[in-house]
Design a protein around this ligand. Sequence first.
Ligand SMILES: Cc1cc2nc3c(=O)[nH]c(=O)nc-3n(C[C@H](O)[C@H](O)[C@H](O)COP(=O)(O)O)c2cc1C
Length: 187
Amino acid sequence: MKILAFAASLRTASLNRKLIQQAATILRAVPNVDVDQADFREFDMPMYDGDLEARDGIPAGGREFIRRIQGSDGLVISTPEYNGGIPGALKNAIDWASRTEPIPFEGKPILLLGASPGGLGAVRSLWHSRVPLETIGAHVYPEMMGVPRAHQAFDDSGRLQDPNQLSRFQGLLLSYIDFVRKLQGTS
Ligand SMILES: Cc1cc2nc3c(=O)[nH]c(=O)nc-3n(C[C@H](O)[C@H](O)[C@H](O)COP(=O)(O)O)c2cc1C
C-alpha cells in the first residue's frame, strides 16, 4: 500500500512539515506500507484560472499532484489553519486536481492532520478541508487530529514530546491504515 503524505505549507520551518515527518516515520514502520512523502513545493501552480486551463490545460504542478494522488492508495495531509479555514494553496491544488476525469480524489481514503501554535491546533481548517474533499468523492477518515501549541510540541529530533499525544497520534495512524485496508477489501 502506498500513502502520499504531505504538509500543505510551503514554509521550510513549517510545523505541519514536522508533523507529517513524524507521521511518515510511524507509517514506514507498518508492514506493507510505503510512504511517498511529498514537499508541497513540488505542486507549485498558479491560481485556478479557467482561461489558462482552456489555453494550456492543467499546469505542470497540478499534473504532478494528480499523478502522485493516482499512484497512491490513500493520502495523509497535515494542513495549517489560515483565518479559521483551509489555506488557499491547498484549496487551489484541490480545485486544479478536480479538473481531470476521473477526479483523482474519488474513492481515496484521506487522513487529515493539522498543527498550529494556537490553542485549537488547526481543527477548524480540518473541518473546512473535509468539505471540498468529500464533495469530490474522497473518503475522509472520520477521526482527525490537530496539534495545538505545536511550536512547543516537538523535541529536538522532531518527535512529539507528550507521550499521551504521541500514543494517540500512533493509534490514529494505525486505525487509518486499517480503514484503507478495509476499503481495499484486504482485511
Ligand atoms: C494568513 C494566516 C492566517 C492564520 N490564521 C490562523 C488561524 O486562523 N488559526 C490558527 O491557529 N493559526 C493561524 N495562523 C498561524 C498559523 O497557524 C501558523 O503560521 C502556522 O505555523 C502555519 O503552519 P506551518 O507552520 O505549517 O507553516 C495564520 C497564519 C497566517 C500566515
